[in-house]
Design a protein around this ligand. Structure first.
Ligand SMILES: NC(=O)c1ccc[n+]([C@@H]2O[C@H](COP(=O)([O-])OP(=O)(O)OC[C@H]3O[C@@H](n4cnc5c(N)ncnc54)[C@H](OP(=O)(O)O)[C@@H]3O)[C@@H](O)[C@H]2O)c1
Length: 329
């Protein structure tokens, strides 16, 4: 596993981050519950493989049934709890944690949002669940549409000052919001972003990713494999035990005829390189910028073991260019 500086924060992190949105489930029925034991094994395995960076969020409960939302708050924070349990006992300085705030975590009026009242309470709960004294990287999960930029940024600065977090970042914001945060005066600005970016979904490439690079911010990349599509997960009609079965909102928009042709070409390029489609797709992201870090969402040990190989695949420029051309956006 290779390590790089996380943008201007200077913190050294692994090329790949392990995500906990979908922790492994039991896979035995259509509404599978998070399998705590398998999840802990997977997180520990990632650590053993050299991953020192783990992403979670207060709202993550691993696999859940969206039909029950917003009523079912019992599993809010489950991913944080499991992550805290898995890493408990490891040297605190040997890993980096990012978590997020914004989504609804309870039934009260202020159990959501980027207002100071919610953020101050949310960070305390996240720290308790994660069994940590501080969170390395704290993200605003998405804009809430009401709280002012200065108000949220000042709250984040407050958390930096009181030692609850080291740095803060933005996820799912538009470029103009980023620019607004970056124009703040007399306050520490966000030092990283977290957005969706992969060979098939390149909307942010010339937007947030570029803004981040210009400002020496790091980019955490979510859904780097388009939720498995770029790993070839559905090419063989292999939907068995996949998230398409238990996640009603899973989009199969990526499986258009045109994309299937691109995926076939990706398969050929991977074969020529002697690696899997998922490894090439992740290596392409790593090659895109010195502070771009894919968050892998593996739900099985074999997926994890496969995907970590991307750190050692240094794609040559002509391969990156070819992939760029095949997946023109
Ligand atoms: N900030 C945000 O709003 C936001 C949003 C989404 C995600 N995230 C973060 O980003 C992380 C990753 O997102 P993601 O889960 O969408 O990432 P992803 O890597 O694009 O998708 C992961 C899924 O792809 C399949 N897969 C992965 N490796 C594979 C392999 N080698 N072979 C076959 N299939 C493979 C698995 O699907 P099956 O389980 O179906 O087998 C796996 O669950 C999340 O855990 C979370 O931490 C953040």
């Amino acid at each position: 596993m290779n390590y790089r500086a996380f943008g201007k924060t200077g913190i050294k992190v692994s090329d790949l981050i392990l995500g906990t949105w979908y922790l492994p489930n039991s896979g035995t029925n259509v509404k599978p519950q998070v399998d705590r034991e398998r999840s802990i094994k997977l997180i520990k395995k990632a650590y053993d493989l050299g991953i020192n960076f783990f992403d979670t969020a207060d709202v993550y409960r691993g696999v859940y049934d969206r039909d029950n939302m917003p009523g079912n708050f019992e599993t809010v924070g489950l991913a944080e709890r499991i992550l805290g349990e898995a890493l408990n006992g490891y040297e605190r300085e040997s890993f980096v944690i990012s978590t997020k705030v914004m989504g609804r975590t309870g039934p009260l009026q202020n159990d959501l949002g980027l207002n100071r009242k919610h953020i101050r309470s949310a960070i305390q709960k996240s720290l308790e669940r994660l069994k940590l004294d501080y969170v390395d990287l704290y993200l605003m999960h998405a804009p809430d549409g009401v709280t002012g930029v200065h108000e949220s940024a000042r709250t984040m600065n407050f958390l930096i000052n009181d030692g609850s977090i080291l740095h803060y970042g933005l996820s799912n914001f538009e470029s103009h919001d980023l620019t607004e945060y970056l124009s703040l005066r007399y306050l520490e600005k966000p030092s990283f972003i977290q957005d969706k970016f992969n060979l098939l979904e390149r909307y942010q490439e010339k937007r947030n990713i570029e803004v981040a690079e210009r400002n020496s911010m790091a980019s955490m990349i979510y859904s780097p494999l388009a939720q498995g599509v770029l790993a070839g997960r559905y090419l063989a009609h292999d939907k068995d035990k996949s998230r398409t079965i238990y996640e009603k909102n899973f989009s199969t928009n990526n499986l258009t005829q045109q994309n299937l042709e691109k995926l076939q070409k990706l398969g050929e390029i991977a074969k020529e390189l002697g690696v899997s489609m998922s490894v090439v797709s992740l290596a392409w992201l790593i090659a895109k910028g010195k502070a771009i870090f894919p968050i892998i969402g593996s739900t099985r040990m074999e997926q994890l073991e496969e995907n970590v190989k991307a750190s050692d695949l240094h794609l040559k420029k002509d391969v990156v260019d070819e992939l760029d051309m095949v997946f023109t956006f």
